[in-house]
Design a protein around this ligand. Structure first.
Ligand code: AMP
Length: 489
């Protein structure tokens, strides 16, 4: 049997028409392996690389095997870690549903729950949800999972990493044990979940590319550079690749914000994605990027699996990912499905060992990027000078010396001004004494005034002397009275 075409995989005509609408002509390796097994009712545990076409690998056969019902209980339930992934899966399912007439509902956090409740009440066949929101809906009795015949756990390794596994367990407990289960994971090797608690029977294992962990369609580069040189390098890199669509991954929300601000200040059409952005902001950023209105998208790892945009030319790892699996997911954003792309990882000298460990994990050596558009030596020198200036600004001793120096300079300036003022006053006085005709009325009368004050002084002295005489006389009288009193006794 030839498996080159979707028809030979056993899909029905409506689903084959959906493939046409989706623009798929040849199935990808994961689709070739998974579709017949799902149609045969088997449980499947699949290790599928990111961008391998795994969404269609479960969505096409699931919607083929479980036709639409009239109820409000979903028969197909897809649980996925991020909102973006849920919305992307929902989009594929909705396209298929145009041909199969399923009712597809997505339930994700970050937006109002009420419209989701209303939609479910109106009827649902395929429900695609993030774990937290699904459990909210279950606990509010807005949805029953009792009718689920097929459960898909998408990006299971990611759900484990993100700490969603207790929620996943709780969801499994609400789903009938007789269900069919499909589990998809980028890596199965490091997965720490208990197979027995996910599958009621032995699953069929599928692995599309066991030897190499990253997609072959991505040409990978690295660049060794100091941390301080990253900003000017990124600017130069982006202006060198002006016409290309680029995703830049940074480690934290703050780093994303800083890179975003720096790039938008320099006039680059850029947007950002991280967990603190609202659902609307995230959707707008993705659609603007997909439409080519935004050239650069800066994102954290939380979003590294949620971005499905066609024709991403470059993925730039501005910061190394925290774990090797994230590297695989990040660079999987470039070269998705049948397109080719490149990735560049910036490595600082102190991260050499960490990067070597990543290469060992990948089983590949990543080549150096050849620099023709950027003078690394010059940029390093400038960055060092900037660092010294910044260090000076933070050094308390240097700051105290600076303050002292400027206080001394101010004192010097003040005394120089004082000397100048005094010289000016002396010069003015000298010129005034040489020109008597310019004397004022007050100055003309000053001499008689001095005379009158001398006269006044003289009269005051005379007056004081006569008062002294009077006082002495009265003292003499008092003395005589005392003598008299003593003699009477
Ligand atoms: P996924 O791995 O499901 O995230 O899919 C990655 C990308 O591959 C999506 O953009 C799909 O539209 C695309 N894709 C999936 N299957 C095929 C196919 N058979 N032919 C071409 N593109 C595909």
């Amino acid at each position: 049997m030839s498996v080159n075409q979707f028809k030979s995989l056993g899909l029905s005509d409506p689903v084959l028409s959906a493939c046409k609408t989706l623009g798929y002509t040849t199935p990808t390796p994961i689709q070739i392996q998974a579709i017949p097994s799902v149609l045969a009712g088997e449980d499947v545990m699949a290790e599928a690389q990111t961008g391998s076409g795994k969404t269609a690998a479960f969505a096409l056969p699931a919607m083929d095997a479980f036709g639409p019902t009239k109820g409000s209980k979903p028969s197909v339930l897809v649980v996925t870690p991020t909102r973006e992934l849920a919305l992307q899966i929902a989009e594929v399912c909705q396209t298929v549903a145009k041909h199969t007439h399923h009712r597809v509902v997505s339930a994700v956090g970050g937006i109002s729950i009420n419209p989701q409740k209303d939609q479910i009440k109106r009827g649902v066949d395929v429900l695609i949800a993030t774990p937290g929101r699904l459990l909210d809906l279950v606990s509010q009795k807005a949805v029953s999972l009792a009718g689920v015949s097929l459960l898909v756990l998408d990006e299971a390794d990611r759900m484990l990493d993100m700490g969603f596994w207790p929620d996943v367990r709780a969801i499994i407990s609400h789903v009938p044990a007789s269900r069919q289960t499909l589990l998809f994971s980028a890596t199965l090797e490091d997965a720490t979940f208990d197979v027995g608690e996910v599958f009621a029977r032995q699953p069929k294992k599928i692995s599309v590319s066991p030897q190499t962990r990253t997609t072959d369609q991505v040409e990978q580069f690295k660049l060794l550079l100091p941390q301080d040189v990253k900003p000017p390098f990124l600017q130069a890199f982006l202006s060198e690749h002006k016409q290309e669509r680029i995703i830049v991954f940074a480690r934290t929300k703050n780093r994303v914000d800083t890179v975003f601000r720096r790039l938008s200040r320099s006039g680059i059409a850029v947007d950002r994605l991280h967990a603190d952005r609202s659902q609307n902001q995230r959707q707008r950023a993705l659609s603007q990027f997909a439409a080519g209105k935004v050239q650069v998208l800066v994102a954290t790892d939380v979003l590294s699996r949620g971005i499905d945009v066609q024709d991403v030319d470059w993925v730039v790892n501005y910061d190394l990912p925290r774990q090797p699996q994230d590297y695989v997911h990040r660079i999987g954003r470039a070269g998705r499905a049948c397109a080719t792309g490149c990735s560049l990882t910036l490595v600082t000298p102190d991260q050499r060992q960490e990067f070597q460990a990543l290469e060992r994990y990948l089983g590949a050596q990543i080549k150096d990027l050849e620099l023709s558009f950027f003078d690394m030596d010059e940029a390093t020198k400038k960055a060092q000078a900037r660092a010294v200036r910044a260090q000076d600004r933070r050094d308390p001793e240097l700051q105290a010396a600076k303050r002292e120096f400027s206080a001394r300079a101010k004192r010097k300036q003040r005394s120089a001004e004082q000397v100048k003022n005094e010289q000016h006053v002396h010069a003015h006085k000298r010129s005034s004494s040489r020109k008597p005709k310019h004397l004022t009325n007050a100055q003309h009368t000053s001499k008689p005034k001095a005379q009158s004050s001398r006269l006044k002084k003289k009269s005051e002295t005379t007056h004081t002397k006569s008062r002294q005489k009077q006082t002495n006389a009265s003292h003499g009288a008092k003395k005589g009275q005392a003598k008299y009193r003593r003699s009477v006794k």
